[in-house]
Ligand binder design. Sequence first.
Ligand SMILES: Nc1nc2c(ncn2[C@@H]2O[C@H](COP(=O)(O)OP(=O)(O)OP(=O)(O)O)[C@@H](O)[C@H]2O)c(=O)[nH]1
Ligand SMILES: [Mg+2]
Length: 445
Amino acid sequence: MRFLDVAKVYAQSGAGGNGCIAFRREKFIEYGGPYGGDGGRGGDVIAEAVDNLNTLIDYRFQQHVKAQSGQGGLGKVMTGKGGDDAVMKVPVGTEIYEEDGETLIVDMATIGQRYRLLKGGNGGFGNFHFKSSTNQAPNFALPGQPAQERVFILKLKLIADAGLIGMPNAGKSTFLSRVSAARPKIADYPFTTLEPQLGVVKIDETDFVLADLPGLIEGAHEGVGLGDRFLGHAERCASILHLIDGTGSAIAKTYKTIRAELEAYGEGLAQKPEIVALNKVDAIPQKDLAKKKAALEKACGHKVHMISGVSGEGINTVLRAMASQINARRKLRAQEAEYGRPAPQPRTRAERQSVNYKAPVVPQPKVEKPAPKVKAVARKVPVVSPRAKGLALAKAKSAKARQEEEEIVTTRAKAKPKTATGRAKARPKAAKHSNKARAKKKSRR
Ligand SMILES: Nc1nc2c(ncn2[C@@H]2O[C@H](COP(=O)(O)OP(=O)(O)OP(=O)(O)O)[C@@H](O)[C@H]2O)c(=O)[nH]1
Ligand SMILES: [Mg+2]
């Protein structure tokens, strides 16, 4: 089966069914009234990631995906049948883009993931829906919503844990066939491998998927050779094994050429940690071995593995190095999955009211709170200038003196005149109430 990793698909959702205009006509039932049902919903277009697909080849032959339209409403207030959804089955790792091929809509990265790409139209309301006291015989209904249609670009980025990159004839396919049960084509001419090949590798306790990618040459980012489009499959890899043909002469230059292509491709590929291996050591003369290794180490700036895909030398060491990188990422992903899970939703009222309803109910021992410490707060002493102080003093003094004076006056006024016996003198009677005054009044009359 051919490998296809890019496909263009025209998709259309189902239109909604029209509402029905009908009236109830029955023997002995007068004024039956409106009786038309609603139209059925149109089907959606849904993308689903499935396990048993490895290529988008199906979309080479089926480029149009259409969901069913909803049926129109019927009399007796019968709703039309809804249209069936169209499910686009894609391999895990497929990215779905807009027609421009740049705007990512969804990344179908997990098995069983479903995503609605297009929504089916709603069915129109039948005339039964519009009956009211003021319009008891509506003779109209609504049409169903139209279908949506769009073009999608599907790009498959294989979910391999590790990828093999290098120049053509570096021995990538030989390496894959040595470490896995995959049987890719091997030959001593460039571009033997034209599409990615996958194999499952088992080392110690780790199983991982290794992808053999077609060879890269200088200018691949400009489309030279097979171009760099297969590098997309290395984007998701946790580990990248860079193989260099040890029998060649310009080893450092070869390494730098591939690095330049990774840089030119972008997408963070050049920043990924890589494992560098000098391949075909079985065919390198012993005297050149150290020199070539040193040259490559100088070019890449880190450890270089010496391996041979034919004799199997150094292969297990390289696989262990890859497995440790893969395990580190798997651990990270597991932690992400554990901590990043959606929070459980409270279902009952008591749960909703409780702040942390998932926390185990453990009786907590009572801890007596220590008395709160009272802090000594320094009083603020207002800063008063000596002149203001003097003025305030003088003011206070004069106020005091005035008060004393007032007190003396009031006590004097209150004090009653005393007789020789010491008793207070009786107050003189008012003149008009005295006997003399009365006698005077009488005489005047
Ligand atoms: N001596 C020796 N020859 C090797 C080794 N690995 C690969 N070869 C030979 O190198 C040639 C190319 O090997 P492939 O595995 O097809 O190389 P490739 O990197 O897959 O090449 P492309 O698919 O064209 O990119 C074949 O003739 C292999 O027999 C090795 O470890 N030692
Ligand atoms: Mg090959």
